[in-house]
Design a protein around this ligand. Sequence first.
Ligand code: AMP
Length: 273
Amino acid sequence: MKIIRTISEMQECSRQARLAGKRIGVVPTMGYLHEGHLSLIDRALEKAEFVVVTIFVNPTQFGPFEDLDKYPRDFERDCQLCEKRGAQVIFAPESKDMYHPGHSTWVIEEALTGDLCGRSRPIHFRGVTTVVAKLFNAVLPDVAVFGQKDAQQALVIRRMVRDLNFPIEIIVAPLIREADGLALSSRNRYLSTDDRHRALTISRTLLNLTLDNLDADAIWNSITEAGGRVDYVEIRDAETLGEVTRNTAEILVAIAAYFGSTRLIDNVLIRKK
Ligand code: AMP
C-alpha cells in the first residue's frame, strides 16, 4: 500500500491507475479508523480495483469551539488497518497544501444544510462540501463511498455531485454499530464509561422505533432522562430531508445529543410503504 502526501502525486497515481484500466474508488475519512470506516473500504473494493482512503482532519468543517485540536489521531494504526483491508493508497495531505494562505473559494449547498446538524454547526457543511470537492479533484475517482452514519452529509454530497456534474458514483453504506448498539464513531473515545453507558439510550430508542411509535417528544424525553442533552430529534423524509408526506417512501429519524461534552449523532431509516 502506498502513502501519498501531495495532491499532484495523488493525481498522477490515479491517472496511471486509470491508464491501466482500473476503476478508482475513494473513501474520505478523518482517520482514527474503526469498523465503520473499514466497511466503506469493503464497499469500495466491490466497485473498484484501486481504492484510495483519504485521511485528513479538515479544519474548515470545525467551528471555533469544536474539537479540531483534540480530534483523535493514530496514523500508524490507520495505515495498518487500511492495508489489511485491501486499500491500495492512503492519501493524507497536509493542511497547508489543501488550504493555501488566502483560500477564498467555497462550495456551498443551500437547500439541505441549514437544518439538523447545520443549525448548531453553521459552517460545518460548507467545510465538508469544499473538502470533498477538493479530495475528488485530487483523487479523480469513479466511485466514492460515504456512510449512512452521517445521513445528512450523504444527502448533501449526493446533491453537490448532481448539481456540479462530478462524474462520480456515490454509494452510501449502512451504519455500523458496536455489539451493544452504539453507533461506531471516532468520537466515542471521548466518552467516560458512565457516559458511554448512558449514551446507549440513543441507539436503544432508535432501534425500537416502528411506523406506529414515531414520536419526537418521547425520543427527546428518553434521552434527557438518561442524562443526555439533546441537540435535535428530527423525523424527516429520508430523500429530501423535508417533512414526511404522503409521498414519503422512507423516513429518517435522526438524533444529535451530548453525553458529557461529546456530541453524538445516530439515525435509523424506516420504510413507509
Ligand atoms: P469521519 O472520519 O467521521 O469523517 O467519517 C468518514 C466516513 O465514515 C463518513 O462517510 C462517515 O459517514 C463514515 N462512518 C463513520 N462512522 C460510521 C459508522 N459507524 N458506520 C458507517 N459509516 C461510518
